[in-house]
Design a protein around this ligand. Structure first.
Ligand code: ATP
Length: 322
């Protein structure tokens, strides 16, 4: 599934125009400026190999979409890269620093933050308190500094100003004193993204940012994600909504059965018969189902009775999309 075309992404308004990949495009291909480099990452749960990624590079300064059918391993890979889970094997680095064995709170201090498929805002804290928790290196956390209020009061004010600035951007400033529990699902997604930005990250990972967001908030959420790139951040997001992927992604990575099975610019990947087949259910000669069958055969896993999870879920995804 490699693509010999030049690795220059589309030039649609606001999209990156520099080449993203540095050679032939395909699964695991090299990037001109990778921010994350992962090698040999595996993670199994019982007999299920959730992730088996030979090599993956995430390009810096652009928006990458991680797509794939249900159960492809996307969230597990997110958990591993962000230190919320530990792989059985493998190494990966963020901005040149090895992250193997580094816990999630340290990963976020290094500038890599993530949101969750199901939002993790603390329901019984106010919106503003949730935001403050996102700030890093808070001086009041040190016992010595806590004993000297002037040392942390100034910082406390700065944190609150920053939080309010972000809440205004995300149109949540009017909710600052409300419990997070009182927000709608979409507003909680916005809060989670806003909170992630409190730590001035370089790399933002969003797990299904559109799930549960009503259409009225969709445009604003898309705008926020595009602005992250405009502000110089790198974004990696998992998404089932192919409209969103086409609208904002500069690069697309496709996973199936734990592996990276395709990569490229959206205009190419989204028209790849294999990907189209997996997501849109059209009958093409070449499909991810074949790849999945090959992977299963290699592993000695018997093929399920149905055509395969990829195709089955692809239809479901398409139905939801309509
Ligand atoms: N904690 C766990 N315990 C057991 N199995 C797990 C666990 N987490 C993930 N899995 C399994 O690993 C595989 C990959 O799951 P994962 O959630 O990473 O897929 P996904 O691509 O994110 O799917 P979805 O799009 O449905 O969220 C699935 O077969 C899943 O059942």
């Amino acid at each position: 599934m490699s693509d010999p075309r030049p690795a220059t992404p589309g030039t649609a308004t606001g999209r990156a125009t520099e080449p993203i990949a540095s050679g032939v495009i395909g699964p695991g291909c090299a990037k001109t400026d990778p921010i994350v480099i992962a090698d040999g990452i595996t993670r199994s749960f019982g007999g299920v190999t959730a992730v088996d990624v030979e090599h993956l590079e995430i390009p810096r300064g652009v928006i990458t979409a991680l797509i794939g059918p249900n159960g492809a391993g996307k969230t597990t890979l997110f958990n591993l890269l962000s230190g919320f889970d530990h792989p059985d094997s493998g190494e990966w680095s963020f901005d040149g620093t090895s992250l193997a064995g580094i816990p999630s709170f340290k990963v976020s201090r290094l500038g890599q933050v993530r949101t969750f498929q199901l939002t993790k805002s603390l329901a019984m804290l106010s919106v503003l308190e949730n935001m403050k928790l996102g700030a890093r290196d808070q001086r009041g956390e040190s016992l010595w500094r806590a004993l000297f209020p002037p040392l942390w009061r100034a910082q406390e004010r700065a944190i609150e100003e920053k939080a309010m600035g972000l809440l205004e951007t995300f149109l949540l400033d009017g909710k600052r004193d409300d419990y997070a529990a009182s927000l709608s699902g979409g507003q909680r997604k916005l809060l989670e993204m806003a909170r992630a930005l409190m730590s001035d990250p370089q790399f933002v990972m969003l797990d299904e940012p559109m799930a549960g967001v009503n259409p009225a908030l969709t445009q604003s959420l898309l705008g926020h994600i595009v602005r992250l790139r405009e502000q110089g951040m790198t974004v990696l997001f998992v998404e089932h909504d192919m409209h969103m992927v086409q609208a904002i992604a500069d690069w697309v990575v496709v996973m199936a059965e734990g592996r990276v099975v395709a990569e490229g610019v959206p205009a190419v990947v989204m028209n790849d018969p294999a990907v189209v087949d997996a997501y849109l259910g059209s009958n093409r000669d070449r499909d991810l189902g074949e790849l999945v069958a090959e992977i299963r055969a290699e592993r000695g896993v018997p093929r399920p009775a149905a055509t395969g999870a990829v195709r089955a879920t692809a239809h479901a995804t398409h139905e939801e999309d309509r």
